[in-house]
Design a protein around this ligand. Sequence first.
Ligand code: PEP
Length: 248
Amino acid sequence: MRTPVMAGNWKMYKNPAETRTFFEAFLPLVQNTADREIVICPPFVNLPAAVGAAQNSRVEIGAQNLYWAREGAYTGEISGPMIHAVGAKWVIIGHSERRQYFGETDETVYRRTVAALEAGLKPIVCVGENLGQRESGATESVLGDQFAGGITPLTADQFAQIVIAYEPVWAIGTGKTATPDMANDAHRFLRSQAAKFGQSAAAAVRILYGGSVKADNAKILMGQSEIDGALVGGASLDPKSFAAIVNF
Ligand code: PEP
């Protein structure tokens, strides 16, 4: 039985005061939801406010990125131990916006994932094809390459601690959602790749779907056999809409 993970990615939205306001409204709406993990990933500067606001709740906090060195002369970067020290427990790695705008590659995804695990953080490792790749029938080869470069080099022990997010780039922030069947097929393919770590590891890994998840499509997506949760961007910014997704 895979416990669902419902994760919100706030991207570059909200300041600390807005973060506290969000949690005041959000926490009462999810306080009776016991059978899933709930994660919110605000911008770095809001991590302390989010950790403080979520104290005494089941909601856990994550960062949206990390650098792989523990510390050093890397102006503008934030390390895993720093994220861990402020009380965050999760980190998103290799989001398509990081790949598209900030030059992240499968190799840097791997390095960040190892660094996250060494810092005691739970990585949500993102993969996904763009529209051209989907339309040319290359989805599985793209996902296979991303898996091979970013995830396969992990040890079995490391793999057992990660969560994967399948996020078709064409569905992120566009209002277009992969159909439940399309998403389920991609998840099944990713799970087949995970068999490199053994059948039981593949059966256990949680694969989240991300891409325009909203309150009105969360239930059908979450009803698919291979979908173990959601990574939600835009709709996680509003407490009511994210609570409706969490409570699908
Ligand atoms: C995301 O940022 O990971 C995402 C899936 O965004 P949205 O839900 O807005 O498509």
